[in-house]
Design a protein around this ligand. Structure first.
Ligand SMILES: C[S@@+](CC[C@H](N)C(=O)[O-])C[C@H]1O[C@@H](n2cnc3c(N)ncnc32)[C@H](O)[C@@H]1O
Length: 212
């Protein structure tokens, strides 16, 4: 079952910026570089990726499962917002020149189905950019990351959002999710080319994907 973001929508932006020490904004800014035209932002949430895309002059369609998350997006960034599921996108084949998804794919119930749908609606030659959180590879950084993810983040969730459980879920879901080569293998099986760029010691991965 999909995680219910409606329950944390009100605190999402504040917690997101705090937990990533504001780096989430830099990661999104990096991800939208070189994108133009009509872009689909999948799992748009509260609209921070939409905002970065519109700043670059893109026309954006945002899609998300959570009405509450998108109600915040609507106050922040001009776009067409559609309540919908990434695993059954309500768009024809090859409808977009680019597709983005920031911190969304980890929440898909059927990852390969969602990724396949995102590639289906992308034009041949088009670019898809996925940002996702991950555990760092470095054995030196790893203990610091583990302490922060397993202790600090759930505490911040409890103090600032009154919801320890929701933020204890975060490091667990990051740990379980395929990263690096494992994630790229899934993309390759779907017939697309992919390059990974590690951000901030690899705690965020940017995957740049090209549809043949
Ligand atoms: C961690 S938030 C990311 C929001 C935003 N992209 C950002 O950069 O902050 C994950 C979002 O994915 C959405 N989501 C999860 N599964 C989805 C699905 N199958 N289809 C559409 N949206 C989905 C959730 O509702 C939530 O808004």
């Amino acid at each position: 079952m999909a995680y219910d973001f409606d329950t944390i929508a009100r605190d999402y932006d504040r917690m997101n910026h705090l937990m990533t020490l504001g780096l989430d904004r830099c990661w999104r800014r990096q991800a939208v570089k070189g994108l133009h035209g009509h872009v689909l932002d999948v799992a748009c949430g509260t609209g921070d990726m939409v905002l970065e895309l519109t700043k670059r002059g893109c026309t954006v369609t945002g899609v998300d499962l959570s009405e509450e998350m998108m109600s915040i997006a609507k106050t922040k960034a001009p776009a067409t917002y559609i309540l919908g599921d990434a695993e059954h996108l309500p768009f024809p084949d090859a409808a977009f020149v680019a597709v983005t998804c920031a911190f969304g794919v980890r929440n898909f119930v059927h990852l390969k189905k969602g990724l396949g749908e995102m590639l289906r609606v992308l034009k041949p030659g088009g670019r898809m950019v996925i940002l996702e959180l991950a555990t760092p590879d470095s054995v030196i950084i790893r203990p610091f990351y583990d302490f922060y993810a397993k202790h600090t983040i759930p505490l911040l969730g409890k103090w600032l959002a009154g919801n320890r459980t929701a933020y204890a879920y975060l490091p667990e879901s990051i740990e379980r999710f395929p990263k690096g080569e494992d994630f790229m293998q899934i993309i390759k099986e779907l017939g697309a080319a992919v390059v990974q760029h590690k951000q901030t010691f690899g705690v965020c991965r940017m995957y740049q994907i090209t549809k043949p």
